[in-house]
Design a binder for this molecule. Sequence first.
Ligand code: PLP
Length: 419
Amino acid sequence: MPAIRTSAKAALFSESVIREMTRLYLARPESAGPGVNLAQGFPDFAAPEAMKEAAVAAIRGDVNQYAVTWGAPSLRRAIAERTEARYGHRPDPDREITVACGATEAMMAALLALVDPGDEVVVFEPFYENYGPDTILSGAHPRFVPLRAPYWSFDPDELAAAFNERTRAVIINTPNNPTGKVFTRAELQTIADLCQKWDVVAVTDEIYEYLVYDGAEHVRMADLPGMRERTVTISGLSKTYSATGWRIGWLIAPPEATDAIRKVHNFLTVGAAAPLQEGAAAALAFRESYYGELAHSYSAKRDTLLRSVRAAGFVLPDPPPAGAYYLLTDASALIEGGGFPDGDSLARWMVAEAGIGTVPGSSFYRPREDGTNPGAPLIRFCYCKRPETLALAERLLSELPARLAARRSSRSSSAKDAA
Ligand code: PLP
């Protein structure tokens, strides 16, 4: 018997596969040769100089004690100004904005503040891995609604059937991880209508709000008619300013919701790192051109990796999804070609034997009772990488078909020997 009994809640979810894949990548011996980690979504290039300088200046200037628990005034002001510059509406920094330790904490704080045990939360599937544990930790029961390949849209009737008098919240992530989908205004309106019908709060994770390509538009749920008063908008520094390690995110919500969120946030973490909040405030004041250049550079990265993964046999729709920085591919041909049972084993083999870190699609789906998983044939790649990394990825991916063929033939000859 172990000396310490662990909670029933903690037993209901497992380790993050995304972060596990990064650890497997890092555990490769040097003798394994060059590799690329296209698993966890973090850039391998430098964060903006001016943002880093502002944080360094804050440390040297002794901004080293607790900030105001719901966020340094400079950062909350900067969030209000950036929101107004982009979307034409200025949230009140004193009553509607809360700074948290990343969008991750923001989502947890929002659910703990707004949802009671036994309530239902609607979650689109495939989903960003954290939403499963987030709903479990808040005591809620997730109701999954499928997004279907190739364009990851939902069936309005299926969505409507997921709402009822127990529904308290719906989580929407647009632009979306893992699919890259950008929800259209019409889709968001369908969700908004249900929120209004059933008195439900929309919790929207918009961490990729600036990463949209091919003329796609990021529409904020809060900007749809009647939705500002029932939407919690979450975003952060990690993706737009290439600083996933700073752990700064924020929530914009109506004042009463903000009061509850701030209380939860206060007791979860007290607050985000004070000097980094000053760096973040400087980043949010970047000129508008910064965002256009960011999206332009990411769309080129997407096209590069898209060519490489398609050439290796992974399948994506045409045109590909127009947001975030992921490619969720159908790997059926490679799973079969290499003699693997599913994408999990292909992904684990790829990281160990081919030097390519990815995430198996199964981690974005809940396992079914019969043991099947709709994500089993899928593999996710991220492309937030330097051109050199993407060039190496191209080379390693081009070697993949031959490696898979070799694996298959060595397995069939050992099977013959054993027979
Ligand atoms: N939300 C989504 C949809 C993500 O993809 C990620 C990171 O990959 C996060 C939240 C995490 O954001 P943060 O680093 O601000 O906690």
